[in-house]
Design a protein around this ligand. Structure first.
Ligand code: DO4
Ligand code: MG
Length: 287
């Protein structure tokens, strides 16, 4: 079962269940205190509740007719780092000095976790993500994202793009917040697939495609069994000394990094596909 936030052709906003080819509008007024997408996500039985809320008076709308908004309402977006060998290696190479912290965090008990975006700062599917004007070496990071309840239980999955300025992070690790958090730095969506932490990670592939002037300039793929941490482990560390009354979305790190000579340019197009979970596409602007 997939859920999303959509704008219909008549400009109406709805929370909706997303089927293969059609979008089913939900009638949230049927349940008291059920107003937002996250009220469904955090309910004891999100699948049962979604089925109950489907508005049968409303004809299904074809999927290509709706515009998807980022499936986030009140949740902060956090990210885990150096959770794949590829990320550890690339970061050690890009660092001007003292790269051993990447090596150590990869195998340490405590993972790297950082704040990525407020919900208002998340870019919707199809809207532009940004490269900072003061970065000459930036990449998208295609990441499997877990949706967490206020009790830090995994209730769904989506696709995330953790845009990163490699030159700024490489110059000094203390610049990480500037390399990672800026206007247009994060896109999420298009939908949330309901599910728990028992997902068979080996069966899920993540693919990144970058196009420039209509030509593909980079393609990379990995599978989630390359993720060096368990989903519950990451969620547990995130919620250890911080409460999330509105739940949270946690990007679980990148396993795909383009070669060092590659940097995103103005006008590029980024597509991130996670099998059975979704395809997130955004144009890129620089500056
Ligand atoms: O250590 C810096 C950030 C790492 C990251 O974002 C990733 O591995 O995905
Ligand atoms: Mg990342």
């Amino acid at each position: 079962m997939k859920l999303g936030r959509v704008i219909l052709p008549n400009d109406e906003y709805h929370v909706a269940a997303i089927e293969e080819q059609a979008v089913r509008v939900l009638d949230m007024s049927q349940v008291e205190n059920c107003r937002r997408l996250s009220d469904i996500l955090h309910a004891p039985d999100p699948i049962g509740l979604t089925k109950f809320l489907i508005d049968r008076q409303f004809a299904p709308v074809a999927i290509e007719e709706v515009r998807f908004l980022a499936p986030v309402d009140q949740q902060e977006i956090w990210a885990a780092g150096v959770t794949y060998k590829r990320s550890q290696q690339a970061r050690m190479e890009e660092s001007e000095e003292g790269a051993s912290h990447y090596d150590r965090v990869y195998s340490a008990d405590r993972p790297e976790l950082f704040f990525k975006a407020t919900p208002q700062r998340v870019v919707s599917p199809g809207e532009p993500v940004r490269v900072r004007a003061d970065s000459d070496w930036s990449v998208p990071e295609p990441e499997f994202a877990i949706v967490l309840t206020p009790g830090m239980k995994v209730c769904g999955y989506t696709v995330g793009n953790d845009m990163s300025a490699r030159d700024i992070e490489g110059e000094n690790p203390l610049y990480l917040p500037q390399a990672k958090v800026y206007t247009g730095c994060c896109s999420i969506g298009p939908v949330i697939t309901l599910g728990g932490s028992d997902l068979d990670l080996g069966s899920v592939s993540v693919r990144l495609q970058i196009a420039r002037g209509g030509e593909q300039v980079f393609e990379g793929e990995t599978t989630l069994d390359q993720l060096h941490r368990k989903l519950d482990e990451l969620a547990g560390w995130l919620g250890r000394e911080l409460d999330f009354p509105n739940g949270a979305i946690l990007l679980t790190g990148t396993g795909i990094i383009p070669p060092d000579e590659f940097s995103l340019e103005n006008g590029d197009h980024v597509a991130i596909e996670i099998s059975n979970i979704g395809r997130l596409e955004n144009p890129v602007i620089k500056g």
